[in-house]
Write a protein that binds this ligand. Structure first.
Ligand SMILES: *Cc1c(COP(=O)(O)O)cnc(C)c1O
Length: 425
């Protein structure tokens, strides 16, 4: 249930976001445009939160999935925290109104400047991912006279995820300290008066559609917590990361938050720790659509048909980067339109700029609108200006209202960020 639904209209069924026609947004704002549904964001956050009720869990929404300030504020108002991986994301979370005590700072390569910023902000938890980072943080905390709360991110040596590029929990991945060094480093951190050590964290990958690897990783984490307790070390928080997958329509339905929560309770529920989670995709993916217009249909002799859209890989990178599948729906369904097979492409000068090959769809013509579904996570947040295409606008819908939450920059604004080297002026 994602609040993007077809409703009967004069020209055929039309795709709405909540109580707003996508075609009205396209007309007002232009295309391509990202459209987000408040009701879907709220629904997904609540579904995850309620699955753990009455347990008091920290749900730190992963800002990198969709860092739109309006999206963040929508979730923060519901009680969400923020999982951040850069100073920029911490600043986004703060700007959206996240209280520092709900901000988690993760990432394999935090610079001294970023760590110092996190210390000044007083974030809830810095997830330390390596020994050199631990030592840098201790030194920095001493210099600044701060005592940050930290968790040690463990690599449980269980990888999972929808694609090799988004698997993070394998021993060969760059994330976290290995199990073999976890106890020594945890003891080291716990002994450092500069740090308040809260617990351990893991995050094994993204778009995970099978609970088996998660259960294996959480079991490993459970045993680690028990070993740490046995050594007299305090563990009061267990951060189990994000990664739960969402249905992208071509895949089997991933487990629901409820089934996931049942597994979590079974594996770690009896530990005396606060549980924290960092879901990103699960909250945002199906809350967003990318609306694009057909520029032209290019039929090659031999039968291949290219549906050339005004959206491209710089706007939605997932198909090019991860071979990701997005359902592509007509915004206005023409009754009796014949089914046609298209290669759906954007205008960028790379063959990688292909959204779908051999996709059977209702026939479309120049000027028609389509919507890429499930584009709310890792869509706008991964966009670039490749081919000098300005970042596309974002719109948030709530009921029958919509607002542009990031406007389309002008070409002048885009060019104004460059300056000439003095010898070229
Ligand atoms: C990306 C990331 C997440 C969110 O992953 P999703 O698959 O979007 O839920 C959570 N935690 C960390 C550390 C991450 O890097």
């Amino acid at each position: 249930m994602n609040h993007f639904e077809d409703r009967a209209g004069p020209a055929g069924a039309e795709l709405w976001c909540e109580d707003v026609r996508l075609s009205d947004i396209a007309e007002a704002v232009g295309t391509p445009v990202y459209v987000y549904s408040s009701a879907t964001l709220e629904r997904h956050y609540r579904a995850f939160h309620d699955a753990f009720a009455p347990r008091d869990v920290l749900i730190a929404y992963a800002v990198k999935a969709n860092g739109s300030l309006s999206v963040l504020r929508t979730l923060i108002q519901l009680g969400a925290g923020a999982d951040t991986v850069s100073e920029g994301e911490i600043r986004r979370a703060l700007a959206a109104g996240a209280p520092p005590e709900r901000i988690v700072f993760s990432g394999v390569g935090k610079t001294d400047a970023e760590l110092a910023f996190a210390l000044d902000v007083g974030v809830a938890e810095i997830n330390v991912e390596s020994e050199p980072e631990l030592e840098r943080l201790i030194a920095l905390a001493a210099t600044k006279g701060k005592r940050p709360t930290v968790a040690l991110r463990i690599n449980p040596n269980v990888g999972a995820g929808g694609h090799a590029k988004i698997t993070t929990g394998d021993e060969g991945n760059k994330f976290g300290v290995s199990l073999g060094e976890a106890e020594r480093l945890y003891a080291r951190a716990s002994a450092a008066p500069e740090l308040d050590v809260a617990g351990v964290a893991c995050h094994i990958g993204s778009q995970i559609s099978d609970l088996t690897p998660m259960e294996a990783a959480f079991t490993t984490m459970r045993h680690l917590v028990e070993r740490l307790h046995a050594q007299g070390l305090k563990v009061r928080r267990l951060d189990l990361g994000g990664g739960l997958g969402v249905p992208y329509f071509d895949q089997p339905e991933p487990p629901s938050p409820r089934v996931y929560a049942e597994m979590v309770e079974r594996v770690v529920g009896d530990l005396d720790v606060q549980l924290a989670f960092e879901p990103g995709r699960l909250i945002a993916a199906n809350a967003g659509a990318l609306v694009s217009q057909v520029i032209q249909v290019h039929a090659r002799p031999g039968g291949r048909r290219f549906l050339v859209l005004d959206a491209a890989m710089n706007d939605l990178l997932r198909p090019a980067m991860y071979d990701a599948f997005h359902a592509i729906r007509p915004v206005v369904s023409k009754p009796d339109a014949p089914r046609v097979v298209y290669d759906v492409v954007g205008p960028v000068c790379e063959t990688g700029d292909t959204f779908a090959r051999g996709r059977e769809m209702a026939e479309l013509a120049a000027g028609d609108l389509v919507a890429f579904m499930s584009a709310g996570a890792y869509g706008a947040s991964m966009a670039s200006e490749y081919n000098a295409r300005p970042l596309i606008p974002e719109v948030l819908v709530k009921g029958d209202r919509f607002a542009v939450t990031r406007r389309r920059p002008t070409y002048e604004e885009m060019l104004a960020r460059d300056t000439f080297a003095p010898w070229l002026e």
